[in-house]
Design a protein around this ligand. Structure first.
Ligand code: SF4
Length: 78
């Protein structure tokens, strides 16, 4: 059996892969929770769309994932 030369390496323990939601390019992102409600974000070097790079919006993703009690709170009609 041949190894897949294009297989992505597993992310570091505690990190996970996701996709930037800001535009249709769909850049790959590696996210690592910092343990205090925030996330460290960097481009996924194994993603074919961006090869580890992120634009200014994608680079700021971590700032939008901070605790946001007003924006993230669900409100249901009573
Ligand atoms: S990092 Fe920039 S180019 Fe990539 S998906 Fe996000 S907004 Fe689009």
């Amino acid at each position: 059996m041949m190894a897949d030369a294009h297989a992505a390496a597993a992310p570091a323990p505690g990190s996970f892969r996701t996709t930037c939601p800001y535009c249709g390019t769909g850049c790959g992102v590696l996210v690592t929770p910092d343990g205090s409600g925030g996330m460290a974000v960097k481009g996924d070097p194994d993603h074919p769309a961006n090869r580890g790079r992120l634009c200014s919006k994608g680079s700021a993703l971590g700032e939008t994932l901070r605790k946001c009690p007003k924006l993230c709170a669900r409100r249901w009609p009573s």
